[in-house]
Structures are given as C-alpha cells and as structure tokens.
Design a protein around this ligand. Structure first.
Ligand SMILES: C[S@@+](CC[C@H](N)C(=O)[O-])C[C@H]1O[C@@H](n2cnc3c(N)ncnc32)[C@H](O)[C@@H]1O
Length: 245
C-alpha cells in the first residue's frame, strides 16, 4: 500500500532530517486540524478521529511543512483495515483488555489505543515513530476523552513492554518491518503478554504463527487499497515455537 502512496510525488526538496515531536507540537497539531476532518471510521462509529480523504496531496503538504523529502507517508491520517477490525473487536469484547495494562504498537491515528481505553483498559500506551502520528494520537485521544500515554520512538530492538496486552493493527505491509515486528511480538508473547494483531492479509503477515479470533468486512479508503471492503481478521499470536532438543 505504501508503494501506491508514493506514486505521483515530486522530488524537489532536501532529505528529511530526524524529526522530534517536541520540536513544534502546536504546529503539528495545527497542521493536522487544517488538513483533516473529524469523522468516525465506518467500522468503529463510536470513535471520531482526525482523518483525511486523500493521501498523496497530504503527503506533499507534509513535505512542504517540514521542507524535506523522505518523510514517512501520513499513515496517521487513515483508519487502516487492521486497526478498524482490532478496535471493533475490543469494543465488542471489552473483557480482552478491561482492567489490563495495554500497549498499542504503531498506533497511527491512535484508533486501537482509544478503543482499548474505551473498553476499560487500566492504562494505555501508544507507540509511534512518526512525529505527526504522535500529535494526531494526542488530538484524537482528547476528542474521545480517553487517557493515553504516547511514546515516540522505535522500540523494536529494545526490551518488550511490560504490559498485559500488546496490540498491533496493520503492521505487516513491509518485509523488514514485518520480520522485526514478529520477532518483537514473539519476545513479548514469551514474556507472558497476550498479543493481538489486526490484519487484512498483507503480504508479510506470518499466518502460521497466528490463530484467528474474529473476522470482519471492513470499509476502507479506496484510494489506498485495492478494494472498498477488506476482509480483515483479528489474530492472536501463538506461543513461540520451541526448538527440538
Ligand atoms: C498502516 S499504519 C497502521 C496504523 C494503525 N495501527 C491502524 O491500524 O490504523 C502503520 C503505522 O506503523 C508505524 N510504524 C512503522 N514502523 C514503526 C516502528 N518501528 N515503531 C512504531 N511505529 C511504527 C507507522 O508510522 C504507521 O503509523
């Protein structure tokens, strides 16, 4: 899906410097408010988010805002199929997270984290590597009156989060990332964390390591996907495989 997003961009700016979300948080929030509208993803009408209708134009505006090329696509401006399915599952099965500590990895708009908080999670952390996503999660959490702590940075090579439930919506769309995410989720599962994944069957989904929990037909943004409805599954990560002695 990212390849589709990259089509049609103009290469006329300099490479992106590292972006710290603390550099200009109010400017990030103003940008998000200016280029999105508040509406509910079709599969999760209980939650409203700052969302965009179109990706390429927004991506170019993000580059112009930063005066740089090579910034991440504006994933945060869309409610991805995997995230919508996972959020739906949590709202319909609140016992999955109620009273538990929860981490939503690669949170994007914050949709899954917000659903976890609404379902009664004791605490919710959302992590992201995109400074615009960090700002969007903050705005969206406030609109939905859900307390969420946002972590900026890549956690994949460090210790796994010390939480009861780890959630990941739509994270298996690139090979290196998919491999690193699975290794990290495996380590979390081995540490006793319940790991749930929402995914519509992206190219690098490790199906053999997952068991299906629920399935939904999710309405998605046509400009980003190959169809308007994506059959999407909520999966639970199986315990890590033991090597034969
Ligand atoms: C397709 S979006 C999914 C967003 C959200 N989970 C959903 O389902 O709507 C993938 C997200 O992963 C984030 N991401 C990619 N690599 C990451 C990493 N190493 N750590 C945290 N977030 C990451 C991106 O910034 C992007 O927001």
């Amino acid at each position: 899906m990212e390849a589709g997003l990259r089509d049609g961009r103009r290469d006329r700016l300099s490479p992106a410097p590292p972006i710290d979300p603390d550099t200009a948080p109010e400017r990030r929030r103003a940008f998000i408010r200016a280029h999105t509208r508040l509406w509910a993803p079709p599969h999760v009408p209980e939650i409203v988010l700052h969302l965009a209708d179109e990706a390429t134009d927004l991506w170019e505006k993000t580059e112009e805002e930063l005066g740089a090329l090579g910034v991440p696509p504006p994933f945060w401006a869309f409610a991805w199929a995997g995230g919508q399915a996972l959020a739906r599952y949590l709202l319909d099965h609140p016992g999955t997270v109620a009273g538990q500590s929860v981490h939503d990895f690669a949170s994007g708009s914050g949709l899954v984290a917000i659903a976890a908080a609404k379902a009664g999670a004791r605490s919710v952390i959302a992590s992201e590597i995109d400074s615009f996503a960090v700002a969007a999660i903050g705005l969206n959490a406030a609109v939905n009156a859900t307390p969420i702590t946002v972590h900026f940075g890549d956690l994949l090579s460090g210790p796994v989060p010390d939480v009861d439930v780890l959630l990941a919506g739509d994270v298996f769309y690139e090979q290196p990332m998919g491999k690193a995410v699975l290794a990290w989720l495996d380590r979390s599962r081995a540490a006793g964390t319940d790991v749930l994944v929402g995914d519509p069957g992206r190219s690098y989904l490790p199906r053999e390591r997952l068991e299906p929990v629920a399935e939904y037909s999710v309405e998605v943004t046509r400009a980003l996907e190959d169809s308007e409805i994506k059959r999407t599954t909520v999966w639970r990560l199986k315990p890590p495989l033991r090597r034969p002695r």
